[in-house]
Design a protein around this ligand. Structure first.
Ligand SMILES: [Mn+2]
Length: 375
């Protein structure tokens, strides 16, 4: 039995969190539709027995009729291959949801209940789907649930947060711990929710997050794709398939060591490398540090130059002029005292000026809760 599993496609996602202009966001949404077609084409080419979707297929509050019709016709084209959907927090099942209001093609099966429900995939394999019924399901889906002993291979399909040891994480959607998958009697779990691909192990592989087929925001730098899962009598084999064609890059430049634009642009550009499959690249650039008195940085020029290589450039500027130190040392805070002390050291120990300046930089970054890269 061969299954293509994916999750978190997030059709119609607005990309507001990434500050995309409308045009860039629209291009990304179009790309997500194309990605769905590629996933379904892959399912057909691999002659899978089933497709499973681990939730967040779309963002319900943004969904257009057009997208619904796109989904219905795309899924119908895969017929007779069955598609099983376990709704997540963005596409939760309710009587007024798109899942309930539209008539879906016959090869599409939607799980409706916030409790595992079984479907026999064949004589040996049972798929158990769990549906979110609200945008904020905080209960553990495995609590109080036990697969009846049926001598079969039991696979869970759900959208949820494997929390590791942080069991007190109250904001998590459908939180659980990896070992509970086995405790409930499942052999394996096909998951969704985390956008970076990962594998859960308890002695052996017991579950996968395939990752969102495309990364959807800055910070989603991991692997993104789908998983081809082969269920054998005594083994479950997983083959990851990378589908990402858009990429989000984050880069920090300490402007304290800035010496001219000519080196900066190639340096930033090189983080994206060369990738023949890349359709779009987005950059979030963080400028930090204290700028020496005689330095001038033309941010608009920098953005313009970077836009030759990136489809979107977001610049966050937390640089400060050198004169800022003077102001700071009079501040009646721990930070002020810190700066005053280092200034005094600088005046006394002229040999260690560079070192003290670095300490000042890192210290101030820490005060501002910034990430500190010791370079
Ligand atoms: Mn989710």
């Amino acid at each position: 039995m061969k299954i293509l599993h994916f999750a978190d496609l997030h059709l119609n996602i607005p990309f507001t969190g990434s500050y995309f202009p409308a045009q860039v966001a629209r291009a990304c949404r179009t790309r997500l539709r194309k990605t769905l077609h590629e996933l379904l084409n892959l399912a057909a080419a691999e002659e899978v027995d089933a497709v499973t979707i681990g939730g967040d297929l779309f963002e319900a509050d943004r969904l257009t009729r057009d997208t619904v019709e796109f989904l219905l016709s795309s899924f119908e084209q895969l017929s007779p291959i069955p598609i099983f959907i376990a709704p997540g927090n963005h596409d939760y099942y309710s009587p007024v949801s798109i899942y309930a209001r539209y008539s879906w093609p016959e090869n599409v099966y939607i799980f409706r209940q916030r409790r595992f429900q079984p479907i026999e995939l064949n004589e040996e394999i049972v798929l158990w789907g769990f549906a979110h019924n609200a945008p904020d399901e905080r209960d553990n889906p495995f609590h109080g649930f036990k697969v009846p002993s049926n001598g079969k291979i039991n696979i869970a399909l759900l959208h949820g947060s494997e929390t590791g040891n942080f069991i007190e994480n109250r904001a998590a959607h459908a939180p659980f711990q990896a070992h509970e998958i086995l405790l409930s009697g499942f052999d394996f779990a096909l998951l969704g929710h985390y956008h970076n691909a990962s594998t859960l192990k308890v002695n052996k592989k017991i579950a996968i997050y395939p990752g969102s087929p495309q990364p959807l925001s800055f910070g989603e730098g991991g692997e993104h794709g789908a998983a081809l899962v082969e269920v054998l009598r005594d083994d479950i084999r997983v083959r990851p398939v990378i589908t990402a064609t858009q990429f989000f890059y984050t880069y920090t430049v300490d402007m304290s060591t800035f010496n001219g634009m000519s080196g900066l642009v190639p340096e930033i550009r090189s983080i994206a490398g060369d990738s023949p499959d890349r359709e779009a690249a987005f950059l979030r650039l963080h400028l930090t540090g204290v700028i020496p008195e005689d330095t001038h940085l033309d941010k608009e020029l920098l953005r313009e130059q970077l836009q030759n290589y990136f489809d979107f450039v977001l610049i966050r500027d937390t640089t400060r002029p050198e004169a800022w130190y003077e102001e700071l040392q009079n501040e009646p805070t721990v930070r002020g005292a810190f700066v005053k002390r280092l200034k005094k050291m600088m005046a006394e120990e002229t040999d260690d000026r560079e070192l003290i300046l670095a300490a000042m930089r890192y210290g101030l970054q820490a005060f501002e809760d910034e990430r500190i890269d010791l370079t």
